[in-house]
Design a protein around this ligand. Structure first.
Ligand code: ADP
Length: 160
């Protein structure tokens, strides 16, 4: 069974992330979406909230697990008996960073492969920061994020 790990901040998940997950499930038997528990990043949502939103947004999918990880990604991937890291690619601007990370991971462990998945063209410009900015200013997030994410963002910004 081929298990792939899709790591990220998912703060919060967007339709771009969900699209990458759906595409990955066409290639791999099982996908573990791993929310990075990195307190240094000062996320808007807690790890628990990000996991809950991802679970709700992927309820229609089979063979998926949503988990969190801290520490070295490579160690986490191995602990899950996987050798594959999935990353999404949007524009050229993602390339250099992703290229560096993939090569570094390969130096650390040559058995690990990073697989890049290109998102649907509708989501190419989407990232979690833009979504948070739009939500803060009350913009419509229709078709950009899962329903639960839109709801949680509205709740969050109506409080602040
Ligand atoms: P990180 O902090 O690890 O970059 P993100 O949640 O921002 O976490 O992204 C996780 C992964 O999803 C990255 O590989 C990123 O390139 C990819 N990704 C984010 N948004 C999109 C999108 N709209 N389309 C395709 N891939 C995306």
């Amino acid at each position: 069974m081929r298990t792939a790990v899709y790591p990220g901040s998912f703060d919060p998940a967007t339709n771009g992330h969900i699209d990458v997950i759906e595409r990955a499930l066409k290639i791999f038997d099982r996908v573990i979406v791993a929310v990075g528990d990195n307190p240094g990043k000062k996320p808007l949502f807690t790890t628990k909230e990000r996991i809950a939103m991802l679970k709700e947004s992927t309820r229609h999918l089979k063979n998926i697990e949503v988990d969190s990880f801290s520490g070295l990604l490579i160690d986490y991937v191995k602990s899950k008996n996987s050798k594959i890291i999935i990353r999404g690619l949007r524009a050229v601007s993602d390339f250099e960073f992703e290229f560096q990370r993939a090569l570094l991971n390969r130096v650390v462990d040559s058995g690990i492969e990073t697989v890049f998945i290109m998102t649907n063209e509708h989501y190419v410009y989407l990232n979690s920061s833009i979504i948070k900015e739009m939500a803060m200013f009350g913009g419509s997030l229709n078709d950009l994020v899962p329903e639960i994410v839109e709801k949680k963002l509205k709740e969050h910004f109506s409080k602040t």
